[in-house]
Design a protein around this ligand. Structure first.
Ligand SMILES: Cc1cc2nc3c(=O)[nH]c(=O)nc-3n(C[C@H](O)[C@H](O)[C@H](O)COP(=O)(O)OP(=O)(O)OC[C@H]3O[C@@H](n4cnc5c(N)ncnc54)[C@H](O)[C@@H]3O)c2cc1C
Length: 486
């Protein structure tokens, strides 16, 4: 079986690695546009913030002895009749099965002056790949000011990261409040106050109309309300678009992304598949790595004849937990958050707002379960609430206890410590690794978070579960405190 994978990002690399391990007879060619090996893209904002070294992003990759990996080469044409892919060097690769794993592209808003024929002007950037992050880092020594466009999750991460680097940051957002899809007015106001304390000035209800340059280098931006803001950097965090252009040119049905059925195959061609951010499966694309890694696993399972679990539709609750990986600002939302009808009869919402210390907690309860929460400025409370939410633990009769108990530092109403979880509870959401698999790995000799990551892949995505993995190691080996490096 000749397999060509287009895209050597987080999902394409995982797919190729697992496929050659399971199907040694497959002749796999991976075509990747980026120059190096695969890396953890999720942590790029933490590279910009100076919290993660770029070298620490490297991910495990397909064994080069068992696959042909073309780095720095992109696929330019797919001929489905001839079953070939032509790459940018003019080489033609025949396939029996073709997998698109081309990810997504940063949306570049229509702003006068941001780009010339040669691309974005110096000082203007997006944050989509390592080259973008390195480009931003290279400008930091001479930069004093930055404008970040877009106050969604990534915009907040980049703005706080640059502020932590000592830059004076203006965060410009078209809507009337930051993270308007997740936060209501009160929570957004508190987050905005916290951003101000971190050195980020938030300007809402406007956008960037033009980039102004001095000798070809960005020097200021003009907002749609006419205000000019001096700046050395403009980072555009205006969303992403699935990278489906090559598939579209090959005549494959595409909507926002490459349309695939429940088996991840194109409805127009049973030999062509799409996984990761570029794919649009029947349940919809989330743009989160957990979905892509789940698809990679399911496709390898299907090709190697294993029973194929269905898409993680039932885990929708897990994917609508939104965490901002910002420096100095914790924002977590889950389920019902932001603007919803507090008057709905079955919903009971309780909130605590303390703008002076930047804390906001709201819990929404229905039929004895937590169905939504918004937490600004309280990491511990957020982690306890998200454990209750994802594990659907019954809530106390008075939902106020959900806020008061975690804040008081007491154990939450129901035990949610990782040690007390059932074995089938998911600890690593990105890789869908259960507590049972982690404790088995520990029993098998894994003594550090890195050992567990190698054995199970837990913690290799967003890294949010590293603390829980460490606690499980500690619980199993109480005399040893596990290293939590990185
Ligand atoms: C800054 C940032 C923060 C993020 N934070 C989170 C987070 O907290 N949690 C989360 O779950 N997700 C997060 N994501 C999203 C996550 O990174 C993606 O879901 C994940 O990378 C998808 O993997 P993929 O392989 O589908 O796409 P990608 O990792 O984007 O890889 C696609 C690869 O295909 C290559 N390619 C495209 N076209 C071609 C072609 N024609 N020929 C050859 N190669 C091609 C691209 O260059 C790229 O290397 C974040 C993303 C970014 C950028």
């Amino acid at each position: 079986m000749r397999v060509v994978v287009i895209g050597h990002g987080m999902v394409g690399s995982r797919f190729a690695e697992d496929l050659v391990a399971r199907e040694p007879g497959a002749r796999v060619t991976v075509i990747g546009r980026e120059p190096g090996g695969p890396y953890n893209r999720v942590l790029l904002s933490s590279v910009v913030a100076g919290k993660t070294d770029p070298a620490a992003l490297a991910m495990s990759a397909v064994d080069p002895a068992r696959a042909t990996v073309l780095a720095g080469v992109h696929a330019i044409e797919v001929d489905r009749a001839a079953r070939t892919v032509t790459d940018s060097r003019g080489d033609v690769h025949g396939y029996d099965r073709l997998v698109f794993a081309t990810g997504s592209a940063a949306r570049i808003p229509d702003i006068h002056g941001v780009a010339t024929d040669r691309g974005l002007i110096p000082g203007v950037s997006v944050l989509k790949d390592l080259a973008d992050a390195e480009g931003i880092l290279a400008r930091l020594p001479k930069a004093r000011r930055a404008v970040v466009l877009g106050a969604g999750v990534l915009g907040l991460e980049v703005a706080t990261g640059l502020a932590a680097r000592g830059l004076s940051v203006t965060l410009v957002h078209h809507s009337g409040r930051v993270m308007e899809r997740q936060l209501g007015d009160a929570a957004a106001q508190i987050a905005t106050g916290s951003l101000a304390r971190l050195g980020v000035r938030v300007v809402t209800g406007t956008s960037v109309a033009a980039a102004l340059d001095r000798r070809g280098v960005l020097s200021a931006v003009r907002l749609t309300d006419g205000t000019e803001v001096l700046t050395d950097l403009l980072v555009m965090c205006a969303g992403t678009i699935p990278e489906a252009s090559l598939a579209r040119r090959a005549g494959l049905p595409c909507d926002r992304g490459i349309l695939v059925d429940a088996s991840l195959a194109s409805p127009a061609d049973a030999n062509v598949f799409a996984i990761g951010d570029c794919a649009q499966p029947p349940e919809g694309g989330t743009g989160l790595v957990a979905q892509g890694w789940d698809q990679a696993t399911r496709l390898v399972d299907a090709w190697s004849g294993a029973s194929v679990p269905v898409a993680r539709e039932a885990d929708e609750d897990l994917t609508n937990v939104v965490r901002v990986k910002a420096s100095g600002l914790d924002v977590v939302t889950m389920g019902l958050s932001g603007k919803f009808d507090h008057g709905e009869r079955e919903l009971r919402a309780v909130r605590l707002a303390d703008p002076s210390i930047g804390r906001f907690v709201e819990v929404v309860v229905s039929h004895g379960l937590l169905v939504g929460a918004t937490v600004v400025g309280d990491k511990e409370c957020a982690s306890q609430l998200s454990a209750m939410y994802t594990r659907m633990i019954p809530v106390p009769a008075d939902p106020a206890h959900l806020i008061i108990r975690p804040l008081a530092g007491a154990a939450p109403a129901a035990a949610v410590a990782v040690e007390d979880m059932d074995d089938d509870a998911t600890v690593c959401q990105c890789n869908t690794v259960s507590k049972g698999r982690i404790t088995q790995a520990i029993a098998g000799g894994c003594a550090s978070v890195e050992d567990v990551a190698k054995a199970t892949r837990a913690s290799t995505g967003c890294g949010d579960c590293r603390g829980n993995v460490a606690r499980l190691i500690e619980a199993a080996t109480p005399d040893k405190v596990p290293a939590l490096a990185g």
